[in-house]
Design a protein around this ligand. Structure first.
Ligand code: SF4
Ligand code: FES
Length: 270
């Protein structure tokens, strides 16, 4: 008995082999080899041991379009001027240590590609605003973390040791999912005009940190945190400029989170 499935399979293989043998095979075109090109990086320098005022300094750097601003800063530091100071650690948008103002906007240097900037003009790089400038691109982060600590960024429970997991539904978990993404880079707080004018304001990052626990069904410290954020340095200082949301490298809807905290205060419930 003829096996029709096997026969048609063999026929297909033969037809394919014949087609391949007669086809005009185009030679593969080698992909264009990326070329480095020169850019100007204009850095706002500051060294209190050398001069009282910051000043701008231009550096010429050869880069590839897929390089990040962080790569350009590394090239400057390693090949041209070892005194250039900036923070960075992971180089992959996780640690939050390299927030800086690039072309006037707060961004992470390790997530900002040269090809997304106008490389025909000098690329300006300066420290984030509103925190004390220490050296070049480094600011003193103490006030930022002090505000964050004040909102008690840890789970508060009513004291008893649990005998089993503290369970939570998917809906309950979703309520604070966005605010768990914060990497404490300070891009939001230091893009906020209220924070620039008055360093007393808690700032968006601290409010995001509070939101993460206020809306966590397992936490019992919401009323304490809301009381803290109801103070004159708290959420009511927010003028809804959206600078923070635009600056956040994690895409957190910060203005929405602040609005939720305000609503919780107005309604007196979460
Ligand atoms: S909310 Fe966004 S911008 Fe603000 S500190 Fe967290 S990650 Fe950075
Ligand atoms: S170096 Fe870690 S976020 Fe940029």
């Amino acid at each position: 008995m003829t096996n029709t499935t096997e026969t048609s399979f063999e026929a297909n293989i033969d037809a394919l082999a014949a087609a391949n043998a007669t086809a005009d095979v185009e030679p593969a075109t080698p992909e264009a080899i990326p070329q480095a090109f020169p850019i100007t990086v204009r850095v706002r320098r500051f060294d209190p041991d050398v001069a009282e005022e910051p000043y701008w300094q231009d550096f010429q750097v050869d880069v590839f379009s897929t390089d990040r601003v962080l790569d350009a800063l590394h090239t400057i530091k390693w090949d041209q001027d070892g005194t250039l100071s900036f923070r960075r650690s992971c180089a992959h948008g996780v640690c939050g240590s390299d927030a800086m103002r690039i072309n006037g906007l707060n961004r992470l240097a390790c997530k900002t590609l040269i090809k997304d900037l106008n490389s025909k003009e000098p690329i300006t790089v300066e420290a984030i605003k509103g925190l004390p400038l220490e050296k070049d691109l480094i600011v003193n982060m103490d006030p930022f973390f002090a505000a964050y600590r004040e909102i008690m960024p840890f789970l508060i429970t009513n004291g008893h040791e649990p005998t089993k997991e503290r369970l939570q539904t998917q809906e309950e978990r979703a309520r604070f999912d966005d605010s768990t993404k914060c990497i404490l880079c300070a891009a939001c707080t230091t893009s906020c005009p209220v924070f620039w004018n008055d360093g007393q304001y808690f700032g968006p990052a601290a409010i995001v940190g509070a939101h993460r626990f206020i809306f966590d069904s397992r936490d019992t410290g919401a009323s304490t945190r809301l009381e803290i954020l109801n103070s004159k340095e708290g959420v009511w200082r927010c003028r809804t400029t959206f600078n923070c949301t635009e600056a956040c490298p994690r895409g957190i809807q910060i203005t929405h989170a602040i609005a939720e905290v305000k609503q919780a205060l107005i309604r007196g419930k979460i």
